[in-house]
Design a protein around this ligand. Structure first.
Ligand code: DLZ
Length: 160
């Protein structure tokens, strides 16, 4: 079967990050998940040569859109923003509203600033599904977000 777990990746295929400045914004909700994803993202960026990594925390996943937009508006030197969050289905429709707002919001920020804004947001039915994707059997989606950011920074450089 084709390998779909990006966390098992070939390091040689990832662009060198020495020339890039990358921000990582992580939500505080579900900290056992977002802390592990944040750690995975930061370690992966550092392993690939990124020297300037800006880390910010926000209360919840809903706030990621504003945080990415604010960072890109005040810091023109940031090449990409990785947004880390975890939304777990509860008893109310809050889940749907947060997922809809953050996915559309992050996409809008990327288009507005013409910079990569990476959607490292888990949208899970259960805590176990999130644990499986934050260093568990399905890898660490923070690591994958870091790799995606590096690839998109290279893409952007090649367009200039
Ligand atoms: C309110 C809320 C709920 C119910 N669930 C989550 C969640 O599973 N994951 C998450 O990151 N944040 C959640 N939040 C908080 C919202 O993201 C946001 O912080 C608040 O609605 C305030 O804007």
């Amino acid at each position: 079967m084709k390998k779909t777990n990006l966390s098992d990746y070939d390091p040689a295929a990832v662009p060198d990050g020495a020339d890039y400045r990358i921000a990582v914004v992580a939500a505080e909700w579900n900290p056992e998940i977002t802390d592990a994803m944040l750690q995975g993202a930061v370690e992966t960026l550092a392993e690939h040569g990124v020297k300037d990594i800006i880390v910010k925390r926000v209360p919840g996943t809903f706030e990621l859109t504003y945080a990415a937009s604010k960072l890109l508006s005040v810091r023109e030197d940031i090449d990409a923003v990785i947004c880390i969050g975890c939304v777990i289905q509860g008893e109310t429709r809050h889940f749907e509203f947060i997922c809809q707002a953050v996915s559309q919001g992050i996409s809008n920020v990327a288009i507005k600033y013409e910079k990569p804004v990476i959607f490292s947001v888990l949208t899970c039915d259960t805590l176990q599904q999130a644990l499986d994707r934050a260093g568990g059997k399905h890898g660490n989606k923070g690591v994958e977000g870091a790799i995606t950011a590096l690839k998109m920074c290279k893409f952007t450089s090649e367009c200039e």
